[in-house]
Design a protein around this ligand. Structure first.
Ligand code: HEM
Length: 239
């Protein structure tokens, strides 16, 4: 069995019905687990766009006509990519409904660009709560998102599906990165009660976290690409 890029998909040793169901279960679990964060980001984003939140959060500043919409709109578009990037991995959707895959792909990558630009504008204008190192780490995250979104679309349009797949997987880990950042904190807090976490994000764990929500996942992907290069079976059929 091959996907739209002509690559072999699935493990032939696995029963056929499991091959179809497992990806849906994995993506469903991911969406359910990230749902509270998606709801938080959407609600917080729309509230900040619609009302004066200066009493409730440092992110809103009265009269900040660029940084306020930038940071709160980035939460809404960020919620969209956190929700829609995982289903893009489903082979069934990619193969049976390529038009849906394409439309959601444009939406995810478009929203990813807006999310990154909003976050970068906020960093440039207001700086983060964690200081220069957090500015640097989050700006690095934003730049990675910009590059991954552009390259994903570029290689899909060029029908270079191997390279499209690699960039799309990078885009996927980056899309869920903001949620992973919170997951790391929750797990660490449950396991240690907040060890090495300090106010102002200055503790050893906070500093580790600045990069740990995206860099190790990107490195893991590069290792995976080298260990398991894509098998080309036949050229991609024209759509
Ligand atoms: C992937 C999707 C993303 C989502 C869902 C998201 C969501 C959020 C949310 C909800 C907050 C407010 C934190 C709180 O609850 O107090 C926030 C803050 C922030 N985000 Fe994002 N974000 C995403 C991606 C990005 C990207 C790509 C950047 C890149 C520059 C970025 C930069 C920032 C910055 C600078 C802050 C403010 C940090 C501070 O408190 O100083 N975000 N984000």
């Amino acid at each position: 069995m091959t996907d739209h890029s002509g690559r072999a998909t699935g493990n032939p040793a696995r029963p056929r019905y499991l091959r179809g169901i497992l990806p849906f279960m994995a993506v469903g679990a991911l969406v359910l687990l990230s749902a509270p964060f998606i709801v938080h980001a959407t609600r917080f984003g729309f509230e900040g766009l619609a009302a004066d939140l200066s009493q409730g959060t440092h992110l809103f500043r009265v009269g900040a006509w660029v940084s306020n919409p930038a940071i709160f709109a980035h939460m809404v578009t960020g919620a969209v990519i956190t929700l829609l990037a995982p289903p893009q991995l489903l082979p069934t959707v990619r193969n049976r409904f390529p038009a849906v895959h394409r439309a959601i792909g444009y939406l995810v990558c478009g929203c990813a660009v807006l999310t990154a630009l909003g976050g970068l504008a906020y960093i440039a204008l207001r700086q983060t709560v964690g200081g220069p190192l957090m500015d640097f780490a989050f700006a690095g995250y934003g730049l990675c998102v910009l590059v991954a979104a552009s390259q994903t679309i570029r290689f899909a349009r060029a029908r270079a599906f191997d390279r499209h797949r690699r960039w799309a997987l990078r885009m996927f880990v980056l899309a869920i990165g903001s949620w992973l950042y919170r997951v790391h904190y929750q797990i660490w807090y449950l396991a240690t009660g907040g060890l090495w976490m300090e106010p102002g994000f200055s503790g050893p764990f906070d500093l580790f976290q600045l990069f740990a929500f995206y860099v190790p996942y990107l490195i893991g992907l590069e290792i995976y690409f080298r260990l398991k290069p894509a098998q080309r079976v036949q050229p991609a059929p024209a759509e």
